[in-house]
Design a protein around this ligand. Sequence first.
Ligand code: FE2
Ligand code: FE2
Ligand code: FE2
Length: 394
Amino acid sequence: MDRNQFITAFAAAFDKISENTKYNFQNHCVRTAFIAVRLGELLKLPRTDLYDLYAYALLHDGGVSWHDSKFVNGTPEERLIAKKNHSENGEALIKDFPFITEHKDIIKYHHSNWDGSGPFGLSGNAIPVFSQIIHISHKAALLYAMRLTRKEVSDAIEIERNGKFSPTLCDAFAALTSNPGFWVSVSDSFINDTASYPIITDEKSQLSLEQLIPIAKIISAITDSKSAYTENYSASLGEKATVVADFYKYDDEHKTKITLAGYLLDIGKLSIPSSIEDKPGKLTDDEFATVKSHPYYTHLILSKIPGFEDITVWASNHHEKINGKGYPLGLGGDDLSEESRILAVLNVYQALIQPRSYRMSLPPEAIANIFNEEIANGNLDERITKDILSIFNK
Ligand SMILES: [Fe+2]
Ligand SMILES: [Fe+2]
Ligand SMILES: [Fe+2]
C-alpha cells in the first residue's frame, strides 16, 4: 500500500479538524498539499522530498486544538501563543510517521515568519524550507477559502514579501499562480483530483498492513483530540483490540486488521460538529441523528483504501447491536462477524471506563452490571462480552 495513498483517504476527515474556526475550511489540507507540491517542483526539490512534503502538508493542521478559540479570536499575543502550542502539538503528533527523507521540525516551524516575527523567533533560511513552503501554501489555501478573488489572493501573498515569506517563495508563488490552470486546479470541484503526489520507486513508500499501525495511531490521536471526553479513546480501543486478538489467538495479519479497525473506527466523529459533540445537555432528535451518522462516515473513508474491505466493515459496525437496534444500518446478529462484535463490546467498555463531565470512570462492579443488562437486552454478544470482561475488568 502506498503510504501517501493511505493518508489521502483521510483528507476529508483532516479538513474537519479546523471547522470550529470562522472560515470555510473545506479542502484546506488537500489544497495546502497541492500548492506545496507545486511550489516544491518549482524549487526543483527531489521527488522523494516532494513525496514527503505532500504528507507534511496534508497533516500540517493535525495539532489544531479544538478548544483553543484564541487561535482565531485572541489578542495578537494570545494568537502567537496559540500558534506556538498548535505547532508543538502538531510536531509531537507526527513524530512516529514513517517519512522517507531526513527533515526536522517541519511542523514546529510551519508558522515561522521570514522576518523572525513568528512563534519561536526563527528567521530567514534558518527556517526549514519545507516549513516555509507549508506556511505560504497554508496561507494561500486560507485566502482562497475566504472567497477572495485571484488578484486579492496574489496581492495578499505579495504584500508579505520579506515579511512572512521569502522573496524566493513569493516569486515561485507568482509564477505558479500566473498559470490560469492553477485556479481551476485548486477549486473545490477539482482539488481532490488534482492534488496528486509524485509516485516514487523508493521501497519505503510501500507499507505493509502492519506498517500502517503507527499512522493509524496518529489518526486516532487526531480523532481523540476533538473532544475533552474522548481523550485517548480510540488509541486505547486500538490497543485493547490487539489484546483481544491475542486472547482469541488470531494470526498476525488478522490481529493487525482488527487493531487497525480499533484505531480508526471513530474517524467519522470528526464529521460531527463540536457544538453537538460537546453539548452539555440532552441532544435533540436531529442532533442525535447526526451523531449516529459517524460510523457511516467512517465507512466512506475506510472503503476508499485497497485491502481494507474487512477493516471497513468491522470498524463501521461498532455501534451495531445483535438485536438489530444499533446504528447506522440496524444490522442484526446474522450480519455481525466476531470481529464486529468484539469492537462493539470494546466500544461500550471504553466509554464506561472513560470519565465524563457528569461522572468519574466507573468501578468494575458497576461495569459488570451494565454489561449484564446489555446482554439481557440482546445488545451485545454474551460470550465475547464475558471474555472481554475477564481480560480487562479487574
Ligand atoms: Fe498551522
Ligand atoms: Fe493550515
Ligand atoms: Fe463511535
